[in-house]
Design a binder for this molecule. Structure first.
Ligand SMILES: C[C@](O)(CO)[C@H](O)COP(=O)(O)OP(=O)(O)OC[C@H]1O[C@@H](n2ccc(N)nc2=O)[C@H](O)[C@@H]1O
Ligand SMILES: Nc1ncnc2c1ncn2[C@@H]1O[C@H](COP(=O)(O)OP(=O)(O)OP(=O)(O)O)[C@@H](O)[C@H]1O
Length: 305
């Protein structure tokens, strides 16, 4: 029997970070949103653990013990006291090292699929708690939707969002290491977190006010991404010139997200980017509702091999 689940890439509509703590992590307040960039994770009983990754032509995803889906499977097996005797297949849909949480989505997918296959019966909230040591973004990747992340970004509470948000996304060939981005951020001497800095964004999301949402998009890591890849400033200006309602670097970068009025407007921004030669790829994406995320992440099909 094979169990397949879909999990999603994300952007941070708002990301604010305080200075590094004694554990080398940064206290965050971030508003996550799942986008319809899909990772499919399939698990099948096997005599020993194996991992296959499809749709990664450049071979960027590690296949060793550092793979986040492998780590997730082994962590869950250990928690329930069994062998991780499973074959995992991942079909990538999120660009690797683009600041869009693809590896975290794979870890989340492995947890959700194995929870079904091994009939563990944990609630997604319990899986999100188990997921914390795998990475700060993994608890949100388990739950999906639109949510406020605090702590390291790993304490996640859903927030209301009234309308779908259409984005144009611009990708780059080179990646930015998340740890490297936070290290460079420290050199900017960040100040302590303001505890309600995202309240205007949350109000705009609840009201479905696209103009206000666009104006409130914010990323403290953006200056760092622009230092690493100065061309991103041009990419952002191009989207603004096309009438984007707001433009940000996604997470630790280097992907850029431009909020559009609707799907057609998002496609126009992508066309302008592709014509400019400043991006390695571009596509439109829309936010995924909590219901869609929940449905996709509970075993979508169980097929008998
Ligand atoms: C940039 C974001 O994607 C925004 O959601 C996340 O903050 C990063 O989440 P992630 O990739 O799951 O991060 P992890 O795998 O936990 O950590 C990678 C590295 O990022 C840095 N890190 C991450 C999260 C955080 N709150 N503070 C940090 O300083 C640490 O140096 C850590 O060694
Ligand atoms: N299953 C996986 N898929 C992709 N990358 C993985 C995976 N497991 C481990 N990695 C490693 O994690 C690194 C970051 O990959 P990922 O695509 O998750 O980046 P990201 O989207 O920038 O992450 P984030 O937004 O969470 O900071 C990759 O360079 C790769 O070495």
């Amino acid at each position: 029997m094979t169990i397949s689940v879909t999990t999603f890439g994300k952007i941070n509509l708002s990301l604010r970070s305080g200075p590094v703590d004694e554990h080398g992590y940064h206290p965050l307040r971030t508003v996550f949103a799942s986008l319809d960039l899909r990772e499919t994770i399939s698990v099948t009983p096997a005599s020993e653990f194996t991992l296959r990754v499809a749709n990664d032509p450049a071979g960027l995803v590690p296949l060793d013990e550092s793979n986040l889906a492998t780590r997730a499977a082994k962590l869950l097996a250990e928690r329930v006291g069994r062998r991780p005797d499973v074959a995992i297949e991942i079909v990538k849909g999120v660009p690797v090292a683009g600041g869009m949480g693809g590896g975290s989505a794979d870890a989340a997918g492995a947890l959700l699929a194995l929870n079904e296959l091994w009939e563990i019966g944990l609630h997604p909230r319990q899986l999100a708690a188990i997921a914390r040591p795998l990475g700060a973004d993994v608890p949100f990747a388990v739950l999906g939707g639109v949510a406020l992340g605090t702590g390291r970004g790993d304490s996640v509470q859903p927030v209301p969002s009234a309308v779908p948000l259409h984005f144009a996304l611009a990708f780059q060939d080179e990646g930015i290491s998340t740890a490297g981005a936070y290290r460079a951020y420290d050199a900017l001497s960040p100040r302590a977190l303001n505890q309600d800095a995202e309240s205007a964004l949350l109000a705009a999301l609840a009201a479905g006010d696209l103009l206000a949402i666009g104006a409130e998009l914010h990323n403290d890591l953006q200056p760092v991404a622009l230092q690493f890849i100065p061309r991103l400033a041009q990419v952002m200006d191009l989207a603004t010139g096309q009438g984007a309602l707001g433009v940000i670097v996604s997470g630790s970068g280097p992907s850029v997200a431009a909020l559009a009025r609707d799907a057609d407007h998002a496609a126009e921004i992508c066309a302008a980017w592709l014509a400019s030669g400043t991006v390695s790829g571009a596509r439109t994406a829309v936010t995924v509702t909590p219901d869609e995320a929940r449905e996709a992440s509970s075993a979508t099909h169980a097929a008998f091999a």
